[in-house]
Ligand binder design. Structure first.
Ligand SMILES: *[C@@H]1O[C@H](CO)[C@@H](O)[C@H](O)[C@H]1NC(C)=O
Ligand SMILES: *[C@@H]1O[C@H](CO)[C@@H](O)[C@H](O)[C@H]1NC(C)=O
Ligand SMILES: *[C@@H]1O[C@H](CO)[C@@H](O)[C@H](O)[C@H]1NC(C)=O
Length: 426
């Protein structure tokens, strides 16, 4: 029942924004339209309109087509895979579609239920890995360039599934649209520290250095062009609200030479945050998300813009933005001290799943603006930044979630209404 109003809103979004997008009723390229997030919503409307077309049978699903990407004569028999995929999973229909909402657009009661379920999940030893954060170890083990997006899509979904099955949560995974918060993160409904938030910023640290440079995650070398950035607003433990009593079991190691064992060594502490509006404004404002989607014609472009120079994809042909929206969102919340900025420990931060919900949403919008071409588009190898060099990733590579969910091939995670998935962002 609780899905009905959100469902109606989704349909409204799809039909009204989607069709207005088609008619270009607004001056959709104006800077103001972009900066207020309206262009992004319009793109989302167009994408959802296409997705809705497939679900309602108005448009053909690419999988049902014998033409298109599956028939390039390059030895790929997508049809066989798609039949197997259909048998393995229940069909996704308009009736069982789950609606994922931005945190601030969820009812307060819904937000409380989510927070309670996150606390509950933590108390389930069977699902919590030895590092006491679902997925931290698998994240480390399976991090790669090629299946980065698919892996995280499946991870957020598996976490959501665990919240439902183990802890009776009935809602959907929320996401965090950073664009609303880049000027006033402390006023954000996500991080204002109220009982209906994901908890406050970290306590301000006295006597901080005024500027920092961010050490790149291993195995990347330091970037000599990193301009540094002003210190964030927090730096210490979450002060009040949910997760102010959260314990983490390994703390961020900002040491580039740290080994895997050092990074995952037991080092208990509080959950730290260091919200940084400078980072938000320079990496996560609406214009950057919109640019990431609109400028990218293929997965190489999309992933490069999303990950920035830190993804080290080598992009002589176009501009990227140092951290990209992905790295930017990690540092916007985690700053220089927080778990969220740690390349491998970040799933210990409960808001990690809201951040990655937003990443998944952007990927999904980008995909559905041209689903035929973009659904199965992969780029990259099996190692982050291809260090050490490995082969290109494929749709057959396995996504491993550890104890959270069964391992599946990447191809099953390429669309939010196929494979195990059946959800929609509004
Ligand atoms: C964190 O650790 C303290 C002290 O051991 C404990 O009282 C508290 O319940 C823990 N919090 C959570 C959320 O597990
Ligand atoms: C986003 O806005 C900022 C501030 O106006 C500007 O410096 C930056 O170049 C913009 N980015 C894009 C991709 O337009
Ligand atoms: C890996 O992918 C890149 C980019 O798509 C391509 O140029 C390269 O030839 C591929 N390598 C192999 C061994 O297929």
């Amino acid at each position: 029942m609780q899905y009905i109003p959100a469902y109606l809103f989704a349909i409204w979004n799809i039909l009204v924004i989607g069709s207005l997008g088609v008619t270009e009723a607004w001056d959709s390229r104006s800077q103001d339209f972009i900066d207020r997030g309206l262009r992004l919503l319009q793109l989302e409307g167009e994408a959802s309109y296409n997705l809705y077309g497939v679900l309602s049978g108005r448009l053909k699903n690419r999988q049902d087509d014998s033409a298109g990407m599956c028939n390039r004569g390059d030895g790929h028999h997508c049809g066989d895979h798609d039949d197997a995929r259909k048998e393995k999973y229940p069909p996704c229909t308009l009736e069982n579609l789950i609606i994922r909402k931005e945190w601030r657009f969820m009812a307060k009661a819904e937000r409380r239920k989510y927070i309670d379920a996150v606390y509950c999940l933590r108390s389930k030893p069977s699902l919590v890995s030895e590092e006491e954060a679902p997925g931290s170890k698998s994240l480390y083990d399976s991090f790669s360039a090629a299946n980065f997006l698919a892996w995280h899509r499946y991870f957020v979904w598996a976490y959501d599934k665990a919240l439902r099955e183990e802890c009776g949560y009935e809602g959907a995974s929320p996401y965090w649209e950073w664009g609303y918060d880049v000027y006033d993160p402390h006023g954000s409904a996500v991080f204002d520290g109220s009982p209906y938030s994901m908890g406050s910023d970290g306590a301000p640290l006295p006597n901080r250095d005024p500027t920092y440079t961010s050490p790149p995650p291993p195995p990347l070398p330091a970037d000599p062009n990193d301009p540094g950035f002003p210190a964030g607003l927090g730096g210490g433990c979450v002060m009040y609200g949910p997760f102010s009593d959260w314990n983490i079991s390994f703390s961020p190691v900002n040491d580039q030479g740290a080994t895997l064992d050092e990074r995952l060594r037991y080092s208990p502490g509080c959950l730290k945050r260091d919200m940084n509006p400078y980072i938000g404004q320079h990496y996560n404002a609406f214009n950057w998300s919109t640019w990431t989607i609109e400028e990218s014609k293929d997965m190489f472009g999309f992933l490069s813009r999303l990950s920035g120079a830190q993804g080290n994809f080598g992009t002589p042909d176009f501009e990227t933005n140092l951290f990209g929206v992905h790295g930017g969102g990690h540092i916007f919340l985690g700053g220089m001290t927080g778990s969220h900025s740690d390349f491998f420990a970040s799933p210990q931060e409960p808001a990690f799943f809201l951040h990655h919900g937003q990443i998944d949403r952007l990927w999904n919008i980008w995909q559905w603006l041209d689903i035929e071409e973009r659904r199965d588009d992969l780029y990259g190898t099996l190692t982050f930044a291809n260090i050490p060099p490995t082969r290109n990733g494929t749709l057959d590579d396995i996504l491993d979630m550890g104890p959270l969910a069964p391992a599946i091939p990447t191809r099953d995670a390429m669309s939010i209404i196929d494979g195990p998935f059946c959800y929609l962002y509004v």
